[in-house]
Structure formats: C-alpha cells, structure tokens
Design a protein around this ligand. Structure first.
Ligand SMILES: Cc1cc2nc3c(=O)[nH]c(=O)nc-3n(C[C@H](O)[C@H](O)[C@H](O)COP(=O)(O)OP(=O)(O)OC[C@H]3O[C@@H](n4cnc5c(N)ncnc54)[C@H](O)[C@@H]3O)c2cc1C
Length: 438
C-alpha cells in the first residue's frame, strides 16, 4: 500500500504547491501502519482548504475511505466514513427529505474536513457550526488506537479535534444530524445595497432569516464603498412552492457543469476585468429587490457549477483571506479593510461578507465569534505579501482573527487560537510556516 513516490500536491488555492508521499489507506490496519511508520504527517480530505493546512511531506488521504455506515431516515441521523463528501451525502439525503445542517460554499469537502475546520455556513447565526450537529467521531491517535469521542466520552479530545486542523489524529468516521426539509428549493431574496451603511442595516434586519450572506464589490471607494448584494433564503415548504415545481419537490434535474480546461494567463485577471465582472454581477438581477425560488445548488453552491474554477487565477495560484472582527467594531474595521484593498489595486471578485452569531464556547478551536467576517480571493503576485501584512495589522487592531483553513500568508499571531492539539506526529506545513515566522 505504501510507496515512496513523491506526487505534486496543492490545495484549492494552488499555493503553496509541494511534492509529497501520499498514502491512501483502505483498511484500519493500513491507517495504523501509515501512522506508526511515518513521522510528521497530516490527513487530507479533498484539499478544499485553500492554503497549506492539509500539506506535509507525508499525507494520509481519506479518498478511499468513503463508505456510508448508517442512515436513519426517520430521524435524519447519518454515520459515514470520514472521506465521504457532502455532495455524496446530499444525493442520498435530499430524496429522503434531509439537508446538511451546516454547509460551506462548496459541497466538495469531506466529513473529516468539515470537522477539522469546524466549518460554518450562511446560517451560523441560527445553526452554529458543523460541530453543533455532531454526535460522535472515531479518532485514530498517534499510537494507532481508535477512540470514540463525544461530549461524554473523551470530551477534551472531542473539543480539541473540532476545528483542530487534523493535529490530534485521523478522524475515521462520524455520526451527525441532518435537518429536515420539505423541498429541495430555497425561497430566495437578493437585495442591492449601495454602501456599507446599507448592507450593515440589511444584516440587522435579516437576522430572522435562516441563511444570509452578502456578495461585495471590493473595488468601490468613497460613497459607494461596501456596494453589495444581500442574499437571504429559507428552505421552501411544499405549500409555498410554485405549482410547476410541486410535482417532484425533492428532485433536482442534473445540470450541465462548465469546466475550466486550462490555467488562465496571468494578465486575464486584472483590476479592469474584476470591475467589469462586478458591474455585471451587481446589475444582473435587474431590480433592487429580487424575490424568487431557486434550487439548492444555485443558492448554496454556485461556484461548484464551474469545475476547476481555481485555474482562473493562473499557475501561480491564489490565496483566500478570511477574518472575523467583533460586531461592535465591525463597521469601522470593515471600512479600513476595504479602503486598504481598494487602494492596493489587488482586487478580488469573490468577496463574501457575513454576520456570525454567538459561537458555542465549548468549541474553543472554532473560527467564528460574534461579529463580521469577510472572505476574499487574491491572486498570488509580488504585491500580495505586503497587502496581507497590512490587512493582518488591521484585523489584529480590531481584536479579530483569521480562519486557519485559509491562512496561507497570514501572521501566525492571528491564528494561534488553537489549543490542546499537540500530537508530535501530526504536523501540517501550516505549522512549519508558523515555526518559520518565529
Ligand atoms: C469554494 C469554497 C468555498 C468554501 N466555503 C466555505 C464556507 O462557507 N465555510 C467554511 O467554513 N469553509 C469554507 N470553505 C473551506 C472548506 O470548507 C474547508 O477548508 C474544509 O475543511 C475542506 O475540507 P476537505 O475535505 O477538502 O479537507 P482538506 O482541505 O483536505 O483539509 C482541511 C483540514 O482538515 C484536516 N482533515 C481533513 N480530513 C481529516 C480527517 N479525516 N481527520 C483529521 N483531519 C482531517 C486537514 O488536515 C486540514 O487541516 C470553502 C472552500 C472552497 C474551496
């Protein structure tokens, strides 16, 4: 099973890119052998973290550890191996009337990755993080033992593994709750906001909606700084669904997905092309307040419709930068961040703003805290490190921190909220970077 061949590997941002020994166990024995016979290794799910979190000289991949264990269709309780991806769960759960309780902006992540990053979605202010719906997981620790961790059994290991970025061991399987739905559709509203004041007001007045998030045009300055669109939604009930969708409410027609077959040249993504994209995106709804019904793919996973979209940034790759700052300082902090980005000319067309609710205090390694979070993509270039250093400084001044699953270039001081994860064998490149910074 083991072979020492080095394979090129990078996560979704394609930066950094390394060569590593990749082991893909298919049995418990092979997982044990991989852990016991290698030093400094890390587990990898589907590599959808953006930076260096699931990279190491030796990588244990869960790609072949992806079987369903049990699905209680009465109660929405599911148990799967850690390499099962959310898209595979949705294919089975939606026809039975269940949705993933907390989902990120892509369905191509594994359950192991969902726990290790303790992912959040557009419903954090209502449903919390992935861990809020987790019953237990089986963890293989560095001596090869398997421990079933829950709120009652090995609670310390349970909480340190949640958001622990794979540094406590290999999550082998997990049981968690799904949420009931009547249809596979979302009652959707898209509302244009002309500046930061308007979008912050919309967040406050949208708090009763289960899902809300804003797309933001980060190229705007002055009076239109913060120009954006609030996107909010609810799972549609059967009664409210338009008649033409009522016939098969839990079925979505398979769509034709696009593919980006090659890397875009470096000049393709520039301030002008980003401005044009942003103008089209802001105006495409044709009115200030759009109300309609959309399928769940369109609402939750618009980017998944374009396979390999990460190639748009060119061969050097990109980083995603996501921070959170406390709510009270939110507007001023966000203003400074957006002004700094607009002045740098280092634009991003995928900019997502969200208001987190209170996070579960027991999940001390989770990223969210009550406040505003912004996520942006930046193409890697010569100017980027300076920009990130400036942004990090503002985030720090406002008492915020950075999401560890997206921290490829950030100052480690902003990601050192990880606790109780010391397992000498499990080390990611992320930690080596921290050592380099020290
Ligand atoms: C388009 C896009 C949108 C996204 N939107 C969001 C969002 O809205 N909210 C959000 O929270 N995140 C979001 N993410 C980030 C993504 O959800 C997380 O990075 C997630 O952890 C990736 O899971 P993965 O299976 O690909 O794991 P990987 O990327 O392979 O690994 C991520 C981390 O999990 C650890 N890990 C993976 N599997 C295991 C295991 N079995 N045992 C122990 N540790 C393990 C790895 O060591 C690493 O530290 C988004 C990513 C993309 C590409």
């Amino acid at each position: 099973m083991e072979n020492n061949k080095l394979t090129p590997v990078a996560n979704w941002g394609l930066y950094p890119s390394i060569k590593a020994k990749i082991i893909s166990p298919t049995s418990i024995l092979e997982f044990q052998e991989a852990i016991l016979s290698n030093e400094e290794l890390i587990t990898r799910g589907n590599g959808r973290c953006y930076g260096d979190a699931s990279l190491q000289n030796t990588i244990i991949s869960t790609a072949k550890w992806n079987k369903f264990i049990n699905f209680d269709r009465q109660n929405g309780l599911i148990e799967v191996e850690a390499g099962v991806k959310l898209d595979e769960i949705l294919e089975v759960s939606i026809p039975s009337g269940f949705f993933i309780s907390v989902t990120p902006g892509t369905k191509f992540i594994t359950v192991g990755g969902a726990i290790a990053s303790d992912i959040h979605g557009k419903n954090h202010h209502v449903d919390g993080c992935f861990s809020d719906h987790l019953i237990y997981f089986d963890l293989m620790i560095e001596n090869g033992d398997i421990l079933r961790c829950s709120r009652h059994d090995y609670p310390e290991l349970f909480w340190s593994t949640i958001g622990g970025m794979g540094l406590t061991g290999v999550i082998l399987s997990a049981q968690f709750m799904l949420k009931p739905i009547e249809t596979a559709y979302i009652r959707n509203e898209a509302i244009q906001a002309n500046n930061l004041d308007e979008i912050f007001e919309l967040f406050d007045s949208s708090e009763s909606w289960t899902y809300n998030v804003a797309w933001l045009d980060c190229m705007q300055k002055g009076k239109t700084l913060g120009k954006s669109i609030m996107l909010r939604g609810e799972h549609a009930t059967l009664d409210e669904l338009p008649n033409k969708l009522k016939k098969s409410p839990l079925k979505i027609k398979k769509k034709l997905n696009l593919n980006i077959p090659f890397f875009f040249p470096n000049f393709a993504l520039n301030p002008l092309s980003i401005k044009i994209f942003n103008w089209i995106y802001f105006n495409k709804q044709g009115k200030k307040h759009l109300k309609n019904y959309v399928d769940y793919e369109t609402f939750f996973y618009p980017l998944d419709a374009v396979h390999n979209w990460n190639r748009i940034y060119g061969k050097n790759g990109f980083i995603q930068y996501q921070f959170v700052i406390p709510k009270e300082q939110g507007k001023e902090g966000m203003r400074q961040i957006l002004e700094t980005i607009a002045a740098s000319g280092n634009g991003s067309f995928l900019v997502v703003l969200k208001l987190f609710g209170e996070n579960n205090k027991e999940a001390y390694n989770s990223f969210p805290m009550k406040g505003y979070t912004l996520a942006l993509d930046f193409k890697v270039n010569d100017k980027l490190e300076k920009l990130i250093a400036n942004l990090d400084r503002i985030v720090m001044d406002f008492g915020g921190h950075i999401y560890r699953t997206k921290d490829a270039m950030s100052n480690p001081a902003l990601t050192d909220y990880l606790q109780n994860v010391d397992s000498p064998k499990f080390e990611s490149m992320q930690n080596e970077r921290i050592n380099r910074f020290k």
